[in-house]
Each structure stands twice: as C-alpha cells, then as structure tokens.
Design a protein around this ligand. Sequence first.
Ligand code: CU
Length: 135
Amino acid sequence: MRAPLPFAALAAFLALSPPAVSAQAQGGEWSSAQTIEIQLSNYKFEPNTITMRRGQPYRLHLVSTGDHSFSSPKFFAAAQIAPQDAAMVTGGKIEVDKGAPRDVLLIPQQVGTYEFHCTHFMHAPMGMSGHITVQ
Ligand SMILES: [Cu+2]
C-alpha cells in the first residue's frame, strides 16, 4: 500500500533540505576571520598575552625565526578548528619551523584562560610561554 501523496511529497522535501543551520561557521564565514600574528623566536612569543572573543572567527598566523611549537591542548580542544586546518594541530600542538609560517582558522568556543608554550626542550622555562584569554 502506497503512502498518501502529501506524505510522500513532504518526505521528499525533507530529504532534499539542507541540514539545519548551526551556530558553527559554515564555509564563507571564515573570510571574516580576524588575523592574530604571533612571532616565535629564541625564547619568546610576541605577543605572549592574547585576547579573543568567544564565537568569533580568527586566523592564527604563526611565524618563527627558529624551530619551535605552539602548544595549547586545552585551547584547541575548546575551539572549533576549520576542517582544512585540523590536521595541522596534532596533540593540541602546531609545529612552526623557521621560514614556514602556519595559519590556522578557528573559533574559540569557551570563555576561559588558556596557557600556551613551546614544547621544544627547555624552551618554555627560558621564556616561551604565554596565555590566551577568551572572553
Ligand atoms: Cu621553542
């Protein structure tokens, strides 16, 4: 027995409808990302205190004069990272080699203060650490 026509039409309509719009950024919204440049050098981050707003898209532009890393597992875990950049963040960390700047698009999702540091041996104790505050 076939379903009454109106029901079939509704089912077809629902099947063709795009998924509900979520609060997360869809493709085009990344174009409004605000760039925050962070310079990594022996042995500091500049700036080493960063403020962001929850729910706003950012482009973290990481530039290094040596081989360093930007590690902040809790910050990255609490952010929506653009799908095309997700593979760059491994274990909450981005390696940034000399002459190879890294860009990662993300949207902070949770208010809080997040520590970041360089994971290379002895770099953090020598000054390579900082904080991100998400308001
Ligand atoms: Cu370092």
